[in-house]
Design a protein around this ligand. Structure first.
Ligand code: NAP
Length: 291
């Protein structure tokens, strides 16, 4: 069993980006600028946004963190997004989800200029992805594709089972893996909460992408020998022995599943850092269209 190490692969991507940004700077060109919007003070969201801002610093991007109280109205938030849409210096806009219940995720996503939608959630970008056109690929599935590419995982002709069909992970993941690309060219089965006999599908899989948000859901008896496993899940599970009071758990029971795998991602240190690297790549790509 080998580890698909997201820390190593994301560092390689960030190192390349840092060189590219230094080159832009040396040529007097525009430097990528990511604007991150955080509403409220959800602990996990705070951590994710802080990691994204830190990554911007590492690669030499400009970043702006815009914070709002939990009580901000949807109208005020949309006004801010429109300001960022119209700011020529801003290349990428990221609104950290989830948003408070009184704000519609859909309304917010649809308000972001598709050309600055570096999370790749806007329907225009999802539509472009479906058609195989150049687009901002949603950061988590893009990060997983970059991880498979980094470790030269053979995917063509393989059977991939994606567990989860969310708009931000499972569904775009299934499109990417079934695309005529490398990585890609998989035969994909997408499973969800209404799937019957999910274990049988998993046992037929050469590649499993677990993105359901249920800690340690994928057990050893669901996996055949030699499977490649990408664990997207991140759940905070209470743990009194830790200062933070929690530990992070993936959707795969790592200890029992890993010995059966050819490759597996750890949690943390797998998909999480790759999501951030993919976001950086999308932001860079947005910037260079303006240079
Ligand atoms: P989500 O929107 O809640 O979607 C979960 C999906 O899993 C749904 O399609 C659901 O099916 C399916 N599902 C739930 N229970 C299931 C079961 N028992 N069997 C089969 N399918 C089941 O979650 P998400 O946003 O895609 O995120 C999934 C996980 O990935 C979460 O733990 C999240 O924290 C993590 N995540 C990690 C990153 C990262 O950077 N590492 C990024 C994004 C998300 P239905 O559609 O039928 O309800």
């Amino acid at each position: 069993m080998k580890i698909l190490d997201g820390k190593i692969a994301s560092q390689a991507i960030k190192d390349e980006l840092r060189i590219d940004v230094a080159q832009l700077s040396a040529e007097g060109k525009k430097i990528p600028h990511l604007a991150a919007v955080l509403v409220g003070n959800n602990g996990a969201s705070e951590t994710y946004v802080a990691a994204k801002v830190k990554a911007c610093e590492e690669v030499g991007f400009i970043s702006t963190l815009i914070r709002f109280e939990e009580s901000i109205s949807e109208a005020k938030l949309l006004t801010k997004i429109n300001e960022l849409n119209n700011d020529p210096d801003v290349d990428g806009i990221l609104v950290q989800l989830p948003l408070p219940k009184h704000i519609s995720d859909e309304e917010v996503i649809n308000t972001i200029d598709p050309d600055k939608d570096v999370d790749g959630f806007h329907p225009v970008n999802i539509g472009r992805l479906m058609q195989g056109l150049s687009t901002y690929i949603p950061a988590t599935p893009y990060g997983i594709m970059l991880l498979l590419e980094h470790y030269k995982i053979e995917t063509a002709g393989k059977h991939a089972v994606v567990i989860g069909r969310s708009n931000i992970v499972g569904r775009p993941m299934s499109v990417l893996l079934s695309s005529n690309t490398n990585p890609g060219n998989c035969t994909v089965t997408i499973c969800h909460s209404k799937t019957k006999n999910l274990n049988d599908y998993c046992l037929q899989a050469d590649i499993i992408i677990a993105a359901l948000g249920k800690p340690e859901f994928v057990k050893a008896d669901m996996v055949k020998e030699g499977t490649v496993i990408v664990d997207v899940g991140i759940t905070r599970v209470p743990d009194n022995t830790r200062k933070s009071g929690f530990k992070l758990k993936g959707d795969v029971a790592f200890e029992e599943v890993a010995p059966k795998c050819s490759w597996i991602t750890p949690v943390p240190g797998g998909v999480g850092p790759m999501t951030i690297a993919a976001l950086m790549k999308n932001t860079y790509n947005s910037c260079i269209t303006k240079n």
